[in-house]
Write a protein that binds this ligand. Structure first.
Ligand code: F6R
Length: 370
């Protein structure tokens, strides 16, 4: 596979995920200009929710590519109130009428997220939906509940920045955060800069995303980052886009467990490659920990450093995330895999539905509330 041959690249990316990723900066601009308002009160025959008071906690429910945006919002916009990301069927016990529950599902049909919606309504929580269609869109529209519609036609994971900004807009509409114009300008500038450097018609060796993908070919990526959400997102992109396993670790935590694991390996036992994701905002002691950790691991394994760009945390985290969207797609092509397909996820969803009608049962229960 030749990453300088655009015809060959298209063959391995028939649904054109590269183009989806390419289009993001402009879509981000459109989404940022959108108004989003929250109603004060919704009352139907079956449930009643109030949006008047400021919430005293926030729950973000979602799975996979839809859930990661919740992790990023928590880090980039720290709030005075607790924010919890739930990747499961149930809500925590503390959830009540003062808890804002955001239901995030790109497809709008993920059963774990639908199950949380049902429980949230039963508890009288103010709910907000984010989806591009499916049952969530239908339910929120039918019941006049606040819903942020994301553009369709993407793989959920490719739409990550759009889902992230939808959450930001929702938090803004509750006056919980403010988004500075300079931070947005910096973000858009850096995303476009990365795109210009990594676009498919920029050849090796100039294209840094293609270079990193070549370095990672037939390796096992071990991702270290001082923000766990970034390490996890990159791992998930390698899993879902590139169809390969990867390890994600956060600093300083990895210094208390993962680092000891390396004692069991000699040089070249396994084809690991450490990706150290660095940020100007990392804690000074974390900086030192990176240096010492590198010294421990470098006799056994190759290590590449990649840096988040910008002054604002928003740009630092999203720019490096965007770079790895490109890298993971190029790596999929090198692996002769289509970056868009997720056959195992589709199989699991089908099997669950066939064996226990898991999704249909949740939808039936929601229909009774509708
Ligand atoms: C698929 C992907 C998955 C989905 C997950 C939940 O592109 O990224 O991780 O995000 O299966 O589905 P949605 O996002 O539709 O709720």
């Amino acid at each position: 596979m030749d990453l300088n041959n655009t015809a060959q690249m298209k063959e391995y990316d028939p649904k054109n995920m590269l183009n989806q990723v390419y289009s993001l900066p402009e879509l981000i601009e459109v989404l940022l200009s959108r108004d989003f308002t929250i109603p004060s009160h919704i009352k139907t025959d079956k449930f009643e929710v109030s949006y008047v008071e400021k919430p005293n906690s926030i729950i973000i429910c979602g799975m996979g590519g839809s859930a990661v945006s919740g992790d990023y919002v928590k880090v980039i916009f720290p709030l005075q109130i607790p924010v919890t990301v739930i990747r499961n069927y149930n809500l925590p016990k503390f959830v009540g009428k003062d808890t804002l529950v955001c239901l995030v599902s790109y497809s709008g049909n993920t059963e774990e997220t639908l199950s949380c919606l049902l429980l949230a309504l039963e508890k009288g929580c103010p709910v907000v939906g984010i989806s591009s269609g499916g049952y969530i869109t239908r339910f929120f529209e039918e019941n006049s509940l606040p819903h942020f519609e994301i553009p369709g036609g993407f793989q959920p994971r490719a739409a990550f920045p759009l889902i992230f900004l939808a959450l930001v807009k929702i938090f803004q509409s509750f006056d919980m955060i403010s988004l500075q114009g300079t931070a947005i300008d910096e973000l858009l500038y850096n995303l476009r800069d990365i795109r210009d450097q990594c676009r498919p018609d920029v050849n090796l060796p100039e294209n840094s995303a293609k270079n990193t993908a070549m370095n990672l070919f037939q390796k096992i990526p071990v991702i270290w980052a001082p923000y766990g959400c970034v390490a996890n997102r990159i791992k998930c992109q390698f899993n879902e886009n590139s169809k390969m396993l990867a390890i994600s670790e956060e600093l300083p935590e990895l210094n208390h467990n993962h680092i000891v694991g390396w004692e069991g390996y000699e040089k070249n036992d396994y084809p690991f490659l450490v990706l150290a994701i660095r940020f100007p905002t990392e804690h000074q002691y974390v900086r030192l920990r990176f240096e010492i950790s590198k010294r421990i691991v470098s006799p056994k394994c190759e290590l590449i450093e990649v840096h988040g760009k910008g002054v604002h945390l928003l740009s630092q985290l999203l720019s490096v995330t965007y770079l790895f969207d490109f890298i993971s797609i190029y790596l999929a092509m090198l692996n002769h895999k289509d970056p868009s397909t997720v056959s195992s996820i589709d199989y699991l969803k089908r099997e669950l539905e066939e064996r226990k009608q898991t999704q249909s049962k949740v939808i039936e229960a929601l229909q009774r509330l509708s």
